[in-house]
Design a protein around this ligand. Sequence first.
Ligand SMILES: Cc1ncc(COP(=O)(O)O)c(C=O)c1O
Length: 501
Amino acid sequence: MSERFDSLFLAESPDSHESYRTMMQAAMDVLISRFASSAAPYSGVNPSRISLALRERPVCPETGAGMEEILDHVGRAILQHSAVVTHPACIAHLQCPPLNAALAAEVLISATNQSLDSWDQSMAATMLEQRMIAWLCGLVGYGEEADGVFTSGGSQSNFMGLLLARDHYAMAQWGWNVQKCGLPADAARMRVLCSEHAHFTVKQALALLGLGERAVVPVETDDRHRLRSDALEQAMTDLQQSGLLPFVLVATAGTTDFGSIDPLPEMAEIARRHQLWLHVDAAYGGALALSDRHASLLKGWEQADSIAVDFHKMFYQPISCGSFLLKDKRHFRYIRLMADYLNPQQDEEDGVPNLVTKSLQTTRRFDALKLYVSLQHLGRRSFGDMIDRTIMTAMETARFIRQDAALELMGEPILNAVVFRYVPTRNPDWSDEINSQIRARLLAEGTAVLARTKVDGRTCLKMTLLNPRTTPAHTGQILLKAKEIGEALETEYTRGKEIVL
Ligand SMILES: Cc1ncc(COP(=O)(O)O)c(C=O)c1O
């Protein structure tokens, strides 16, 4: 009777191969037809139209349907109204176009379904992840004592850094084991220093770690949005005078809005002097290590106690793919747990590597493979060339903005993010509204997907130029269009008309 299920799974029978091939071919056809018709980065439709299209089919029918019919529905109702991340004008967030090589590897990752928690579920996969981590540690400039683990991305990696820093401090300061005993009595006095532009996951992590958002002390930045050493020293003094306990410094190598990189050698020196754990959030900027031209911007990160590097940003990997790197692997002991069914003590004694001891996840994807295949296929230089190209496009785009009186550049780009705003000539009070509307109209027309953010309380527009296919000609066109919309809105406002999307 079990033959009934044979063709549902990829296994040894020719039937199962045939079924798999047919489905993959059909899926690929739908995908390719989607990309072939992607003249715009988004269809422009609003959420209610998508909801309506989805209601075409029940979520869980009593009996199934053919894949062709299902994929046709998926193509029309879902893919057709998805952001086209490879489009040169899809430049809102740190959402990269994924490399074809990585997409091919994704097929292998999913089909083999290895789980990186225990060696007996992922034999070769475990060994490859370890090899990739060793390579990454070498790229950073870490020594032999370093180790790391693949993660779901920067949020998880930042959380891990702060968790280990918290537990290490409690152990070093009070001989307190947080894993066994919960938070120490003085936890409410523990503080984290970071730039005012650090990613919000620092705050989120502190809330989840039981130290509260108030544990985060944001430090002022300079005119290039980098953490200021003098302000950091002052913050340290203030905290100590108030009887508070700073224990970790988070430096950012690539802030989300401006791509700014905190002065890492200075941060490392200050952290060392004050015995702070240094965590570098290089989720965005870590890929600079592959660029001959820009790798030196990361100088100093090798002194960090822990580092977050994402691959689903400037390493062009499909979501999700990130890593957490630790200078001294012994610190993984703060999260080590043993489960008899998964990673028994005996395995450890026998030298069987069960990576669950280094991770907050149990079941975990073999994401290392897609990065491996991509690096093998492109080689470091091609990665470096792509990164260099995007930074050049950002610089050129910034130059256009600087030259145009109708636009204001909100900061010199360091990586490939460009923040700017349209400056209304008739009434400066319209600025926030008009910039919001410019973004909404560009999206609704399917012209460009831009992000919005606030700088000093003002609504601004952002281009995150991760796509090496996006050229200054594309960004120039988008700026022109943005200006056109801005001017039209000013005219409408002047006439006192309501703005209708
Ligand atoms: C600087 C920085 N750190 C951390 C994160 C969070 O990373 P993820 O979305 O991969 O969890 C982001 C996301 O954009 C980021 O820009």
